[in-house]
Design a protein around this ligand. Structure first.
Ligand SMILES: [Zn+2]
Length: 399
């Protein structure tokens, strides 16, 4: 599998390192052709759908289908493993099952999903949403990249018929299994080869707008200021303290800041900052959300500024399906592969798939926890072991 990782990873790779392979780009087209070639060579029946997903199928006795795969687009300057490893592990698993002469009762299919990352359009999960019928017609024109090109135009440029996007919808799926790199460092630190995802974490995201007063930086005494930045910074520290006190796996990040007017010699009068809170328990997530909002309001009142919140995302956690989880854990146990139950702190195709199809997910270690960077790496041994567990899982689900 390692040479496939390297060959695919070279498509869209930049001279300084890192892959740029957004949906419907020339590199994306090349990668898709390469994958189709490998899938045909493995003996799969290959076809594409209306949004650009690529499928390789082993027909069983019934049309009901067990699907496995991940996405093959990348973030800007992404690594070789995010998404790609799930596609290549699916290919390796199906190839191995064919070689063993396995005759599935249910049909077995792999998918290279066209888009997950939202790195060109804000189209996150476009491939999975296409399969599930969750794309809204206005999106074809509303979704535009930084270059102004709409997703409709981009689809047409690679030979797809955008108006036929509804033909991508599937109603024959009985299961979806996704292998993915962990993108964190829990497995790596514990020295474990496999994680079985229990839940994909919930997201609570809001924009805080703090308003104080702009004043002269030289003439306004400290005790008379209503510095919006100082207040916002204290809010961020206070919110972080509250969430840290809860312990793992609660996380909060305040990574987006807009400070106005943004000058050396003016006391900031207006600050917007983004709060991204995640927890796999919906009740805890909502409680923490309320607590950190209240903490921000308390800081505002004490410092004589105002704060307003605008919700930008409130996504509940998505539990993986118990039957798919037990197929994965059963396969791992039978193979003697050690594993732990995990929460995924990152979003994945599986969380969307889980809304309609029984879904399960397995993680392999990311060396040093690195991801969304050229430094992404999973050892060939861990990748191969993950693909073996995936194959055994598919066998259980399809026989
Ligand atoms: Zn991914």
């Amino acid at each position: 599998m390692q040479h496939l990782v390297e060959t695919l990873g070279a498509i869209g790779e930049q001279p300084g390192g890192g892959i740029v392979r957004p949906v419907y780009s020339p590199a994306w087209v090349t990668a898709r052709e390469q994958l189709a070639t490998w899938m045909r060579e493995a003996g799969l029946v290959v076809r594409g759908d209306a949004v650009g997903n690529l499928f390789g199928r082993i027909s069983g006795e019934t049309e009901r289908t067990v699907l496995t795969g991940s996405h093959f687009d990348t973030v800007k300057l992404g690594g070789r493993y995010d998404g790609a490893l799930g596609v290549l592990a699916a290919l390796a698993a199906l190839r191995a099952l064919l070689k063993e002469g396995f005759r599935p009762r249910k049909s077995l299919e792999m998918v290279a999903l066209c888009e997950e990352e939202g790195s060109r359009f804000h189209s996150n999960f476009w491939g999975t949403r296409g399969i599930l019928g969750l794309i809204g017609p206005p999106e074809l024109d509303d979704l535009r990249g930084d270059d102004g090109v709409s997703i409709r135009e981009a689809m047409r440029s690679v030979g797809l018929a955008p108006d036929e996007f509804q033909q991508a919808v599937r109603d024959d799926l009985d299961a979806f299994v996704e292998l993915h790199i962990e993108q964190g460092r829990i497995l790596y630190d514990e020295g474990l080869p496999l994680g079985v995802v229990r839940t994909i974490t919930g997201l609570y995201r809001f924009l805080a707008t703090v308003e104080g007063r702009t004043d002269h930086a030289g003439t306004t005494p400290m005790d008379l200021r209503r510095d919006a930045f100082q207040a916002a910074a204290e809010m961020a520290v206070e919110m972080t303290r509250i969430v840290s006190a809860v312990g793992r796996p609660a996380v909060v990040t305040t990574g987006y800041w807009d400070v106005q007017p943004g000058a050396w010699n003016i006391v900031p009068g207006l600050v917007r900052f983004g709060v991204d809170l995640r927890h796999p328990d919906e009740a805890v997530k909502q409680r923490l959300g309320s607590e950190i909002r209240a903490a921000g309001e308390a800081v505002a009142a004490r410092r004589g500024v105002t704060v307003q919140y605008e919700m930008v995302g409130d996504v509940p956690p998505n539990d993986m399906h118990p039957e798919i989880r037990s197929a994965i854990t059963g396969a791992a146990e039978a193979l003697g592969v050690r594993f732990i139950d995990m929460v995924s702190g990152a979003g994945h195709d599986s969380q969307v798939m889980a809304s309609r199809v029984p879904t399960g997910m397995l993680f392999v270690p990311s060396v040093d926890g690195r991801s969304h960077s050229a430094a992404e790496f999973t050892s060939p041994e861990d990748a191969a072991r993950g693909a073996t567990v995936l194959a055994a899982t598919l066998r259980r689900l399809a026989e």
